[in-house]
Every structure is written in C-alpha cells, then in structure tokens.
Design a protein around this ligand. Structure first.
Ligand code: SF4
Length: 318
C-alpha cells in the first residue's frame, strides 16, 4: 500500500471450525490500513464479522490467514513477551460497559489493572495516575473507591475508556462503545473520544452497526458484509457518493432531519436476512439482497479494488 499506516491488514481471515465439516467464515479476507492519528469506522449489520475482526486485530483471536502489521512489525502470530508488548500499545473498549467491568472490584482497581499487570506505577504514583485518568474522562477522584453498579451506563463507559487509557496505548479499538447507551449520552461519549484523541494523539478503530453512529467521529470508513469488506473510503465520500449497493441501502436508512427531504427521498428497503456465514451465497455475498444484482453476480466474487482515488469497493457494477 502506498501510504504509511500505523495498522495494516492484508487478506485477514478468521474462520471457526464448527463440528467436523462446517466452517464459520466470520472474517474472510479483508484488507485495509489505518493511519496514525485517524479514526477508522468499521460498519456492518450484526453478524458481519466486524467485532471478530476487531478482536483478531488485537490478537484476542489467532488469525486463520493473512497479516496484521502494527508500527511496521508483523504481529499476526506473536506470542508471550511480544504479545504483551502489543497489548500495551493496543487496547479495547467494549460495547457493554457493565459486563466488561468486574462488579467486585473498585473503579480505582479496575482502572489500574493494566498498570499493575505491566508494573508501571505503584503506591502514591499509581493512585495519582488513577485520579488523573478519572479526571480525563470527566469523572471525579472520589469515584475511585466506588463499585461499577453505582454508576450510570454513560459513566461506566467512561470507566472503560479510563481503563483502556491507563497504559498509554497508541491505538484503541472501540467495539460498539455507544450502542448500549441512551441516545442523549451517546454524543457525550463520542465527544470524549474525540477530545482524548486530540489531547493524546490516539488512533481509533471505531466499530458500529450503523453509519449514523460513526459519521461524526470517523475520518475514513470501511463497510463489511458477511465477512468481507465491501467499501472503504473517506467519511465525506462515503456519505456523498456511496458506490456499493449495500452502503447505499445503509445510508438510505438514516433519517434526515429536514422533513421535506425526508418525505421525498427514495428509501432502499433490504429484503430478507443476512445469509449465514457458514453457507454464504456463491459469487457476491450481497447478491441475495442486492436490488442491482445481475447474472454475473452469482457466478464470480467481485474484486475489492480502487474505483476512484482513495475509494475502494467490491462490486461488478464498477
Ligand atoms: Fe449487487 Fe452484483 Fe454489486 Fe454484488 S456485485 S453488490 S450483487 S451489483
């Protein structure tokens, strides 16, 4: 790839063996890169493989095939000490802040878990670091002695973010970090992510199931369908000129605040369910729901290629 990426993914696959002759192809050959300091939004319906992709990148799962390069190093199959060093640089924020926080630990100890594992600070320094992190995410020092159940959903996600920041990672994978929150709180958490990025020079992979959620935070966006990447481009281009019929249908589902435009615009209603990744359709994985499907779509898989500068898509229409 011509550009310098902090994280580069090439042909990444994560397959799960189900019984003796079934394979779930959760992630099936995706390629993209994330530049230092940018936010890459990864979007797709539930079951498209985006969360599995995130977990494979951070090496919670072993990749089946393909490569993951971080800071110029191939981390696809590292283990032991090298894997621990990767986990210092890459952290994850999870969707359900309550499930991901140990209910029996104080917030202070939850936030300091990474500091303890990596032996970064102890005593007064550790305490000061926890207080600094609480302030950074908009909470108070007194919150360190409380337990997760004493907080609202938005506050719990702030605790999850503080925990991820504790060991000063360069890269954060946020897996649907706002989906479980009230709409009124979602914008606050997105703003917190943005401010922390500016202050700390962070790079994000922001995973979400709908395009409206990633719109305001992403520099570039990748759209996944059934384990494949179907479109990647800048946020602006994706919203102004979506090329892939799947992206077009996702965008048409986002309500527009202007009632006049909302009343007259054409909506693309997708028919049917997402097919099973255990037995995907032949050819283009989207062909069973695509309003523009043609004969050749069932016969061959469209190549993921650059259609215009910086705009990639996998569709036989181009
Ligand atoms: Fe639709 Fe065919 Fe393009 Fe797939 S390749 S998105 S089925 S037009």
């Amino acid at each position: 790839m011509p550009e310098q990426f902090l994280l580069e993914v090439n042909g990444l696959k994560k397959h799960f063996q189900l019984g003796s002759n079934k394979v779930l192809k959760a992630v099936d050959g995706i390629s993209f890169g994330i530049k230092k300091g940018e936010t890459f939004g990864l979007v797709g319906e539930s079951g498209c493989g985006k969360s599995t992709a995130g977990r494979t990148l951070i090496r919670l799962y072993e990749p089946t095939e393909g490569s993951i390069t971080f800071n110029g190093k191939d981390i696809s199959h590292v283990s032991g000490k090298q894997l621990r060093s990767v986990s210092r640089d890459m952290q994850m924020v999870f969707q359900d802040p309550y499930a991901s926080l140990n209910p029996r630990m104080t917030v202070g100890n939850i936030i300091a878990e990474g500091i303890d594992i990596h032996g970064l600070h102890s005593g007064a320094q550790r305490k000061e670091r926890v207080h600094e992190l609480l302030r950074a995410v908009g909470l108070n020092e007194e919150h360190a002695n409380r337990f997760p159940h004493e907080f609202s959903g938005g506050q719990r996600q702030r605790i999850g973010i503080a925990r991820a920041l504790a060991i000063e990672p360069q890269f954060i994978i946020a897996d649907e970090p706002i989906s479980a929150l009230d709409v009124s709180v979602q914008a606050q958490v997105v703003n917190l992510f943005k401010n922390l990025q500016k202050e700390r020079g962070l790079t994000y992979l922001f995973i979400a199931h709908d395009l409206a959620m990633v719109k305001h935070i992403s520099d570039r966006i990748g759209v996944m369908y059934l384990g494949k990447m179907v479109e990647v481009t800048t946020s602006d281009k994706l919203y102004s000129n979506p090329l892939h019929p799947y992206t077009q249908s996702l965008l048409s589902a986002i309500p527009i605040p202007d009632p006049e435009i909302e009343r007259t615009r054409e909506r693309i209603i997708l028919q049917g369910e997402v097919p099973s990744p255990v037995s995907p359709p032949s050819g283009c994985p989207f062909r069973t729901r695509c309003p523009k499907a043609m004969k050749e779509c069932a016969e061959s898989m469209p190549e993921f290629k650059e259609i215009e500068p910086g705009h990639f898509a996998a569709c036989h229409l181009y």
